[in-house]
Design a binder for this molecule. Structure first.
Ligand code: ADP
Ligand code: ADP
Ligand code: ZN
Length: 216
C-alpha cells in the first residue's frame, strides 16, 4: 500500500503515522524527520534546510523532491510506503506523479487529517518528542506517564525549535496557502479520504483504518 498523510502542522500526522506503520508494516517517510536528522548531524542539507525551517517556510523543492524520490526507490519501499509531510505544494505533487508514472507505481490513498486552525497552535506548542525513538506526546492532550520521559523507550523528551507560537502560526499560513490546495488535487485524482482530526487519537486511528481497509 502506498499512502500520503496530508494535514496542517499539529493535525496529528506523526501521531497517526506510528499506529499505521505498526499495523500495516510499511516504511514511514517523514521529510520533516529527515531534515531534523540532517540538522542534528550538521550536514550541508541540514544547514540549508534549517534556514527555512526556523522561519516556518518550506524548504525549496530542489532540496526536497530528489530526497523523497531516491528514498522511495530503496528496496524496503518496494511493497509500499507512507509519505508524511510530502508533498507540501502542487509542484511537489506533480514531480511525485511524474516519478510514480515512470516507475509504474500508483498511490492508493491520501489520508487528509482535518483540524480547525484555532486548535493547531495549542497542539503544536504543547508537543514533545522523544530524542531517542521519535514518539510524540502532548503536555496536556497525550502526556507521558512520567513528565519528560518517553513511555516507549525511557528516552528524554524535547520541544522542537520551530514549535513556538510565532513559527507555528507562520507554518499554518504556509499550509493554507501552499499545502491545502493538494486536497483538491488528490480529490480530482479520486484517492482522498477526509478524516476528522478533532476526535480522540484512538478514534482518528479507527477512521483511518476504515478508510484504508484491510489491504496491505
Ligand atoms: P503533525 O505531525 O501533523 O504535525 P503530531 O502528530 O505531531 O502532528 O501532533 C501534534 C500534537 O498534537 C502532538 O503533541 C500530539 O500529541 C497532539 N495530538 C495528536 N493527535 C491528537 C488528537 N487527536 N487530540 C489531541 N491531541 C493530539
Ligand atoms: P509539521 O507537520 O508540524 O508542519 P514537519 O516535521 O512535517 O512538521 O515539517 C517541519 C518543517 O520542515 C516545515 O515547516 C518545513 O520547513 C520543512 N519541511 C518538511 N517537509 C517539507 C516538504 N515536503 N517541503 C518543504 N519543506 C518541508
Ligand atoms: Zn522514546
Amino acid at each position: 500500500m502506498r499512502i500520503i498523510l496530508l494535514g496542517p502542522p499539529g493535525a496529528g500526522k506523526g501521531t497517526q503515522a506510528a499506529g499505521i506503520v505498526n499495523k500495516y508494516n510499511m516504511p514511514h517517510i517523514s521529510t520533516g524527520d529527515i531534515f531534523r536528522k540532517n540538522i542534528k548531524e550538521e550536514t550541508e542539507l541540514g544547514k540549508k534546510a534549517k534556514e527555512y525551517m526556523d522561519k516556518g517556510l518550506l524548504v525549496p523543492d530542489e532540496l526536497t523532491v530528489g530526497l523523497v524520490t531516491s528514498r522511495i526507490s530503496e528496496p524496503d519501499c518496494a511493497n509500499g510506503f507512507m509519505l508524511d509531510g510530502f508533498p507540501r505544494n502542487v509542484s511537489q505533487a506533480k514531480h511525485l506523479d511524474v516519478f510514480l508514472k515512470e516507475t509504474n507505481i500508483k498511490l492508493d490513498n491520501v489520508i487528509n487529517i482535518e483540524v480547525d486552525k484555532n486548535i493547531l497552535v495549542e497542539r503544536a506548542v504543547g508537543r514533545r518528542i522523544c530524542k531517542s525513538c521519535g514518539a510524540t506526546y502532548h503536555v496536556e492532550f497525550n502526556p507521558p506517564k512520567t513528565e519528560g520521559v518517553c513511555n516507549v523507550c525511557g528516552g528524554e523528551l524535547y520541544q522542537r525549535q520551530d514549535d513556538t507560537e510565532e513559527t507555528v502560526s507562520k507554518r499554518i499560513q504556509v499550509y493554507l496557502d501552499e499545502t491545502k490546495p493538494l486536497a483538491d488535487y488528490y480529490a480530482n485524482e479520486g484517492i482522498i479520504s477526509n478524516i476528522n482530526g478533532q476526535q480522540s487519537i484512538d478514534k482518528v486511528f479507527e477512521d483511518i483504518v476504515n478508510a484504508l481497509g484491510s489491504e496491505k
